[in-house]
Design a protein around this ligand. Sequence first.
Ligand code: NAD
Length: 331
Amino acid sequence: MKAIVTGGAGFIGSHLVDQLLDLGMEVSVLDNFSTGRPENLSHVRDRIQLIECDISIPGKWVTEFKNAHWVFHLAALADIVPSIQNPDSYFKSNVVGTFNVLMAAKEAGVSRFVYAASSSCYGIPEHYPTPETAAISPQYPYALTKRLGEELVLHWAQLYQFPALTLRFFNVYGTRSRTSGTYGAVFGVFLAQKLAKQPLTIVGDGTQTRDFTYVTDVANAIVTAAQSDAVGEIYNVGSGKTVSVNRLVEILGGDTVHIPKRPGEPDCTFADIQKINRDLNWHPKVSIEEGVSQVLENIEYWRNAPVWTPASISEATRDWFKYLDQPQGQK
Ligand code: NAD
């Protein structure tokens, strides 16, 4: 059986590749290395096909879909501030790219298509834990483009009975999480600060909570979804728990400093995972303590990551405050 993994050189994609190889599958990775790294696949390099290509531009890469059974579409640009500054590149990679991958997969007649959607589509949810039926309210172009890609996938499933489904990931963390130059997810920021013996920058008072989901659990949810016969469905993928940033800091240890709370961010992310529990019999396995200890065992990965300070974060998030910190009516 052959699987295509777009974005397979990235954080989640590389863990998915590991699990697909464990299942004995033939794996082709499509990636343009914009944020992904060849090193994420160095341990399996001789066991996979690695094609450097940009999925936002149709090209020779579509021939790779011939004889493919499963397609996992994870390639996307995935940061908040750059999406506000460069909505065009986000639209191309995340929406046009999804369209191109869908077309290639449909043309090849694949039997499964799994889309990596984002819980950011819920914006600031009204209900916790948040079910798949919650209102859609993207707050920034990254969230919007991921939602538009998801709409395409669901539409293809509905119109063409295309065997696709989408998984909405919540705050994924773990080894090989992105260390690109961009200010991003809390884990990478904290780990680089810890290595550099700098204070951990807590946003607001740190009581905000996140549904931190360990990356191997997410990869396992993706494989489980491919093995199911669900079509046109949306499933939340989360730990089903929510942990405060203060608790995370307590587990990681080290000095701290507080920086201003940001607009457009929920105080809590918390997935309702009853649907995926029930329909796919998928359950997360890795506790936050186990996950953090795995990450700390591999902390050297973040050695060359940018070390953020309150001043550099303030500079890097200027556009975040500029565009999102307005009363709803003025946005
Ligand atoms: P990542 O940046 O590590 O991986 C994305 C990969 O896509 C990278 O390897 C990048 O080089 C590649 N890519 C980007 N644009 C491309 C293009 N035009 N052509 C070819 N390759 C391209 O990010 P990740 O955290 O592993 O995220 C994987 C997927 O999961 C993304 O679709 C993301 O939106 C989604 N997701 C992630 C999280 C999270 O917490 N990490 C949460 C929700 C959804």
